[in-house]
Design a binder for this molecule. Structure first.
Ligand SMILES: Cc1ncc(COP(=O)(O)O)c(C=O)c1O
Length: 366
């Protein structure tokens, strides 16, 4: 371990900051300047110029001197209608789903409580759980990345979690878990909150949203990030009013800023533009899967999301070779033993995908 110089500041930090925080690293975000950015599952398309100009006018009229509405009733009503939230359900807004994950963690952080999720899964479930002093159990997926139902049921029985996450589709594997298996998990976790995370719903076009009314312990979490609005940071969680009322107590009062609310308000009238972009990306994903499958030594996993997980002979070498050709992807090899030599490739524009495929061919030939 690196020796920490004995200064007043270091002594103070070492004394009062939590030891687990001192040992942590900040969430890594690669600098993508000048690179083809295929590492973060963003939608690569901008808004059409005329729409962006109209959005600019809409934003210019926003009162920046005022705090945002904490529960913007009209906006929430429109969001519920447009996103197909069932009647009788409420919605909680977050500064991205990341914040919703933190809110849920804090609300359930009773001493000794545990969070359970399939692994490999979205890293923030564990980070947020641990920051809230919750235990975290990652239940390994099957080798084909399907849900290991027996293992999930045994882990629920053994650990009696307060919270279970199911990402649908899962990140970083990209697949949709089997619906019947999910139903069994929901039934087994009847004393827990089950969060079905549908961050990639625009690309899967399958959803549990309509079914939340069937289960008292299920909420659905979504984000507008992957749809094309990652920059505004807006996630939403739909569920029964009882869940939402409790979680709302943990939400910082002005968590969704006025510019985000105004952008959402504007974009709810133009979802067709974002839906059309998602359709292009779904089509690009299929082309990308077909092209990647033709490359020697690449194992391609089926994806219902806007990224594709591939296993290559040497992920570090492939990652560096892509980077040398100015293509940035995500090397997820070290995230979990089941991801050895895996890269996660975000689906980009046709041109970006062609550049990535050409770079990948070089990486595999070398
Ligand atoms: C499964 C899953 N949930 C949630 C998120 C976070 O989304 P947001 O941008 O709304 O914080 C991500 C982001 O990659 C994700 O993969």
């Amino acid at each position: 371990m690196r020796a920490v110089p004995d200064t007043f500041m270091n002594r103070t930090l070492q004394t009062i900051i939590r030891p687990d925080v001192l040992a942590m690293k900040s969430y890594p975000v690669a600098d993508a300047t000048g690179l083809v950015k295929l590492d973060a599952m963003e939608n690569p398309f901008l808004l059409p110029a005329d729409l962006a100009a109209r959005l600019g006018e809409h934003l210019a009229a926003v009162a920046l001197n005022r705090y945002p509405a904490p529960r913007p009733a009209e906006l929430l009503a429109r969001l519920r209608t447009q996103m197909g939230v069932p009647a009788g359900c409420e919605v909680l807004l977050g500064n991205g789903s990341d914040e919703l994950i933190s809110i849920v963690s804090v609300a359930l952080s009773k001493p000794g409580a545990t969070v359970l999720a399939p692994a490999p899964g979205f890293v923030m479930y564990e980070v947020s759980a641990r920051l809230a002093h919750l235990g975290f159990i990652g239940v390994p997926l099957k080798p084909d990345f399907g849900l290991d139902l027996d293992a999930m049921l045994a882990a629920i029985d053994a650990h009696k979690p307060s919270l279970v996450y199911l990402a649908y589709p899962n990140n970083p594997t990209g697949n949709l878990f089997d619906d019947a298996a999910i139903e069994r998990v929901i039934a087994a976790a009847r004393d827990a909150l089950v969060v079905i995370d549908e961050a990639y719903q625009p690309f899967a076009r399958r959803s549990w949203m309509q079914r939340i009314v069937e289960f008292e312990n299920v909420v659905v979490m979504r984000t507008v990030s992957k749809l094309g609005l990652a920059g505004i940071r807006l996630g939403y969680l739909a569920g029964s009013p009882d869940w939402i009322a409790e979680l709302d107590k943990v939400r910082p009062p002005y968590n969704v800023n006025v510019l985000t609310q105004a952008t959402l308000d504007f974009m709810l009238d133009h979802l067709d533009v974002l839906d059309a972009q998602a359709a292009v990306l779904r089509n690009e994903r299929e082309k990308l899967v077909a092209s990647l499958s033709r490359l020697p030594g690449v194992q391609v996993h089926p994806s219902a999301a806007n990224f594709v997980l591939v296993r290559v002979p040497d992920a570090s070498f492939a990652f560096e070779t892509l980077l040398a050709q100015r293509v940035l992807v995500k090397n997820v090899s070290k995230m979990h033993p089941q991801l050895t030599n895996c890269l996660r490739l975000t689906v980009g524009t046709p041109d970006e995908n062609a550049q990535m495929l050409a770079a990948m061919a070089v990486a595999l030939e070398a």
